[in-house]
Design a protein around this ligand. Sequence first.
Ligand code: OOG
Ligand code: MG
Length: 267
Amino acid sequence: MTDVVALASMLDDAARTATAIPQLTATTSLTLDKAYDVQRAGVALRTERGDAAVGVKLGFTSKAKALQMGVSDAIIGVITDEMRVDDGGEVDVSRLIHPRIEPEVAFRLGPDIDPDDPHDDPQTAVLEIAPALEIIDSRYRDFTFSLEDVVADNTSAARFVVGPWRPFESAQARLDLGNLGVVLELDGAVVETGSTAAILGDPLRALPAVKRMARHHGLALPAGSIILAGAATAAVSLPSQPGISVVATVTGLGRVCLTTVGGDVDG
Ligand code: OOG
Ligand code: MG
């Protein structure tokens, strides 16, 4: 157990000092279950400092992401209040190592989901849907890792921005949520385009996947939880310069944006 806490502390220090570290699996044998133990211990370090879990995120739910990172299984991580950036808000890149951005879809639960109750249908618990941006920032050198490494590193979670929430029921009635256009713009130029179909074939499939993985890895899904369904495109490097705008647009759901601050003016 101490081993698990020591590994979580290394990753936590790396995040807090924005300093990359070698992959844990370079020196430690890590099973997937132990990697989730390290993730849990890392989230506990955050909550002990007064941060609070606000939801969960899925990773590698799209082929583009799995191919980009050389891994194939979907993973789950925890997002916290301190990772949250307001829509249109600022992200201080000097506090991050080598951030990347990805366009996503977010869900918000009304009532809680009991991951252990087989009759609890996660889709009926969803109250709202929104376009979202995730900023991932692997704590590992060169953004390179094994599946176990990235799970231990809380799935590279660093920051997230959620756009305008819309009622889920009417969005579902009005739109084909399984095939909405997705555009990612960086500094005024389109850098990625795709479809919500990239997310497990349909982002709604993220909901049972979240429930299953939450059950398996002992994560709670309380009322109001935010669920990031995973990137719809490959991730794009966020330059370490102030004044860079990032916009993600999901057709029918709207747009979400951020601007960088900090970092070097010369990049
Ligand atoms: C892991 C996180 C993956 C996604 O949306 O697929 C992820 C990483 O790529 O570093 O958040
Ligand atoms: Mg993501």
